[in-house]
Design a protein. Structure first.
Length: 405
C-alpha cells in the first residue's frame, strides 16, 4: 500500500504534544506514524512512496465543530440579536417556513465550506429538514447529519416524528449519521426512549439541547414559568433525569449549552461519559451570563465547542469561537480550550482517537498554518491568532482546500 510522507517545520499533534520539525506518514487516509526530528524524517522518507514538504508551516489537528445548524444559514440576517429566546424561536420558525429546499441545501454547502476555511475538518450538524443528509457527500469535510426529532410532548405526534426520520435513514450502520431529540421540554419520554433504542442499534451519536434557559429548567421540574402556557403538564423531572429515564445518558452524548446545571449534575454527566458543548458566539448573541467552564472542569466533564447557527451567531469560524471563549474565561489554560475544539468534539461524536489529534491510527485530518513557531506554547497561541492564516486544510490525507483563509 502506498505511503505519503508530509513534512513541516513544526507539528502540534495534540494540545500537549508537539515537535519542532517532523512529518506524518499517511496511508489509506490515516496517520501511520509520526516522524519526530530530521533523522526520523529521513528514515520515513526511505519507506514512503511519495514525499511532500509543506514548508515553513505549523501542522495541527483539524477542529471538530460539535454543534452546528448549517441549514439555518438560510436565515442569516433575518433574526434579531439580543431577542428574548422565545421571541427568537418564533422568528426562526416563521423564517424557516418561507425557505425552500434549495435554500436549505445551499446553506449547508456554504456553511460547510466556510467551516473548512477556519480549519474545521469534522462537524456535527443538526438536520431538521434533511438537507444535510441529502447533500452530505458534496461537502468538503466530515459531516455528521444529526437527525432532529420532537413531538412537543404530544403522543399523537410521536409516531409521525419517528416515521419522518426513518424514511431518511440509510440502510445499515452509517457512521456519519446521528440523532438529536431536540430537548427535554420538546420531546416526550416515549419518543426519547425510541430514539435511544434507535441510536444504540445503529451505534450513532446523540445530541440534545439541554439546560439552555432557566425557563425550561423551571418548567421541567415544577411545571411553572412562561413555558407552562405553551407546553401543558410537566414531567416534573429534571432534564438530566429525563435523559437517564430514556436511556440517553450514556456516551456518545452531546449536551448542548448546559447553561444552568443543577447541583450534582456536572458530576453525573462526567460519570456517564457525556460531553457538554458550549457555543460562545451564540452565548454572546443572547447576552447570557458567563458560561461556568470551571464548574464542569472541576467535576471532570469533557467540554466541546460549537458554533450553533448563523441565525444566532455572526460566523461559523471555530477559531473565533475559541477567541470568544478565551476572552470570556481568561483564567482557563489554553490547552483546555484547544482540547474542547479537538478531542472534546471527537468524544461527543464517539470518535475519540480518530479525530482531533495526529497520532498513529487517527484520521489524517489537519490544517497547515502559515507561521514559524519555536515551542508548544507559541504553537497554541498561533492557532488563535487572527494574523496567522491557514495555508491548506487536509481531510483523510487529501488536500480539501488548497489555500484557506
Amino acid at each position: 500500500m502506498s505511503e505519503l510522507l508530509l513534512t513541516a517545520r513544526a507539528l502540534l499533534l495534540r494540545s500537549d504534544r508537539w515537535c519542532g520539525e517532523g512529518g506524518l506518514s499517511i496511508s489509506a487516509g490515516r496517520v501511520v506514524a509520526v516522524a519526530r526530528g530530521r533523522g526520523a524524517v529521513a528514515r520515513a522518507a526511505g519507506r514512503a512512496s511519495r514525499r511532500v514538504d509543506l514548508g515553513d508551516v505549523l501542522l495541527a489537528p483539524g477542529w471538530v465543530n460539535a454543534h452546528a445548524h448549517l441549514e439555518l444559514g438560510a436565515l442569516a440576517g433575518r433574526t434579531a440579536r439580543g431577542e428574548h429566546f422565545g421571541a427568537w424561536v418564533r422568528s426562526v420558525l416563521a423564517a424557516k417556513a418561507r425557505c425552500t429546499t434549495a435554500q436549505f441545501e445551499a446553506a449547508v454547502l456554504d456553511g460547510a465550506r466556510a467551516s473548512l476555511l477556519s480549519g474545521v475538518t469534522a462537524l456535527a450538524d443538526i438536520d431538521s429538514t434533511g438537507a444535510a443528509a441529502r447533500i452530505g457527500a458534496r461537502v468538503p469535510l466530515r459531516l455528521w447529519a444529526m437527525r432532529e426529532l420532537l413531538d412537543a410532548h404530544d403522543s399523537t405526534r410521536t409516531e409521525a416524528a419517528l416515521a419522518r426520520v426513518r424514511r431518511r435513514l440509510r440502510s445499515g450502520v452509517h457512521l456519519r449519521e446521528g440523532f438529536s431529540p431536540h430537548a427535554p421540554f420538546t420531546v416526550s419520554p416515549a419518543l426519547a426512549r425510541r430514539v435511544a433504542e434507535l441510536a444504540q442499534r445503529r451505534a450513532a451519536p446523540v445530541a440534545v439541547h439541554w439546560s439552555e434557559t432557566q425557563e425550561e429548567v423551571e418548567w421541567l421540574r415544577s411545571g411553572g414559568g412562561p413555558l407552562a402556557a405553551l407546553l401543558g403538564p410537566s414531567p416534573r423531572r429534571s432534564g438530566l433525569d429525563w435523559l437517564a429515564d430514556a436511556g440517553l445518558l450514556r456516551a456518545p452524548l452531546a449536551l448542548v449549552h448546559g447553561n444552568h446545571p443543577l447541583r450534582g449534575e456536572p458530576e453525573r454527566i462526567a460519570r456517564a461519559g457525556a460531553v457538554v458543548v458550549h457555543c460562545p458566539g451564540s452565548h454572546q448573541w443572547f447576552g447570557r451570563a458567563p458560561f461556568d467552564w470551571r464548574r464542569y472542569l472541576r467535576a471532570g466533564c469533557t467540554l466541546a465547542l460549537g458554533t450553533d447557527s448563523l441565525a444566532s451567531n455572526e460566523s461559523l469560524d471555530l477559531r473565533r469561537e475559541l477567541r470568544l471563549a478565551r476572552a470570556a474565561a481568561p483564567g482557563l489554560e489554553l490547552e483546555q480550550l484547544i482540547d474542547a475544539a479537538t478531542v472534546g468534539g471527537a468524544q461527543a461524536l464517539g470518535q475519540r482517537g480518530q479525530l482531533g489529534e495526529l497520532s498513529p491510527g487517527a484520521l489524517a485530518d489537519f490544517a497547515a498554518y502559515g507561521c514559524r513557531v519555536r515551542s508548544r506554547g507559541e504553537a497554541l497561541e498561533a492557532l488563535l491568532d487572527r494574523a496567522v492564516g491557514i495555508e491548506s486544510v487536509w481531510v483523510g490525507g487529501r488536500r480539501a482546500h488548497p489555500r484557506a483563509r
